[in-house]
Design a protein around this ligand. Structure first.
Ligand code: GLY
Length: 381
């Protein structure tokens, strides 16, 4: 009890995975979120038939308010479980981003802290993101990082090298007249809009399972980004994974989601290739297909697919928060002996994702465990 009280008053940064007991988390805010104007990286992510094509600027106020209501409800539910919740400080995202190398019309937002903040142990790192509109996003978390720095003498406040995001960072014409089949072919061939010009990754492409970091190679993370992570975390093992069934491979958390030690849920439309499964099999991890989404389309003006159904927030080895309309996902987790907490969240989806995307870990109990002592040759980068 005393320990809990201490945790609520004084920050301790520590998180090595997505399933140990959650004690302190950041939940995003939707204020001022914009649909950014076209740029090379966003263009590749937005489906050809998306209702977002051709639109840009601040999102309608009533949608911002609806998203914030659901983010506040999530916050209250976490706090009711004794989990400390911090919130970012939104800035006016409807401002141009201008650097010596590029200009773009607006920023994005701070609903999905998971995309930019990577917590590994006692460190929180701001990622070198490939969307120009997200260049300053880390500033929304600056006050929190300052506070953690002052309160936890062991907290490591880090920033990956800021990318320049010149035209060299992107393939010219990548998305011209691209069909769904062609997108799938390119995912399988590891041919993405981002080039290898400089290290790029989104934090949400990095799956943390103790000593092993599994990085999705896709539209937002390149090999150089993984190489940087490998040198930055010399005590970890970094593995590249990719999911050829995903035509828009961005962020691993609607594709490959660990639920507890030894159990991971895989999107059945985006199976992990056989070669890459070997390390899980060798260490007796079970990979199960996630349940089918209950919704046949995402809400309006949404970047993400219906597979946000599996973008769950694991609170501890027995408890998981799931979007309230996702009855099949809830049923599957119930059968796996989880206590399932339903949480209405579809109004927040268009702002950058589901329950996992909307959060970033500060403290989970537990240490850096080695869950994969049997390594498979050729899987580490
Ligand atoms: N990568 C997020 C989604 O499946 O939409």
């Amino acid at each position: 009890m005393n320990e809990t009280k201490d945790l609520m008053s004084k920050t301790v940064v520590n998180s090595w995975n997505d399933f140990d007991s959650l004690r302190h988390v950041i939940v995003g805010r939707a204020d001022f979120t914009c649909i950014p104007p076209t740029e090379p990286a966003t263009e590749a992510k937005i489906p050809e038939d998306s209702d977002m094509r051709g639109l840009w600027g601040p999102r309608p106020l009533h949608t911002v308010e609806a998203a914030n209501r659901q983010l506040d409800t999530l916050t209250q539910a976490l706090e009711a479980k004794g989990i400390r919740v911090d919130r970012p400080t939104p800035i006016q995202w409807n401002q141009a981003v201008t650097t010596p190398d590029f200009m773009t019309g607006t920023m994005f937002g701070c609903m999905p802290p998971r995309d930019v903040l990577l917590t590994v142990g006692k460190e929180i790192l701001s990622a070198p993101m490939s969307f120009r509109c997200r260049y300053w996003e880390y500033l929304a978390y600056h006050d929190l990082m300052q506070r953690y720095f002052d309160e936890d003498p062991e907290f490591r406040w880090e920033q990956a090298p800021r990318p320049r995001l010149t035209p060299d960072a992107y393939q010219v014409g990548y998305f011209d007249e691209i069909t769904l089949e062609e997108r799938l072919r390119r995912t399988a061939a590891l041919d993405f809009v981002t080039t290898e010009h400089e290290p790029l990754f989104d934090a949400a492409d990095v799956l943390r399972i103790g000593k092993d970091l599994f990085c999705q190679h896709g539209l937002t993370t390149n090999r150089r980004g993984m190489e940087w992570l490998k040198r930055h975390y010399p005590d970890h093992r970094v593995h590249a994974v990719n999911f050829p069934g995903d035509p828009y491979p961005i962020h691993i958390d609607a594709t490959f989601v660990p639920l507890r030690p030894g159990l991971v849920m895989n999107n059945p439309k985006r199976p992990l290739p056989a070669e890459q499964r070997k390390i899980f099999e060798a260490n007796d991890w079970e990979i199960i297909d996630a349940a089918q989404p209950a919704n046949d389309k995402p809400p309006p003006l949404c970047y993400s697919s219906v597979w946000l159904s599996m973008n769950v927030l694991v609170v501890n080895h027995q408890t998981v928060i799931v979007e309230a309309s996702e009855v099949h996902q809830m049923d599957q987790l119930d059968k796996l002996q989880f206590e399932v907490i339903p949480m209405p969240f579809r109004d927040a989806y268009p702002f950058g994702g589901g329950l996992h995307c909307a959060t970033a870990d500060v403290f989970r109990e537990g240490k850096c465990e080695d869950y994969f002592p049997k390594q498979v040759p050729g899987t580490q980068i």
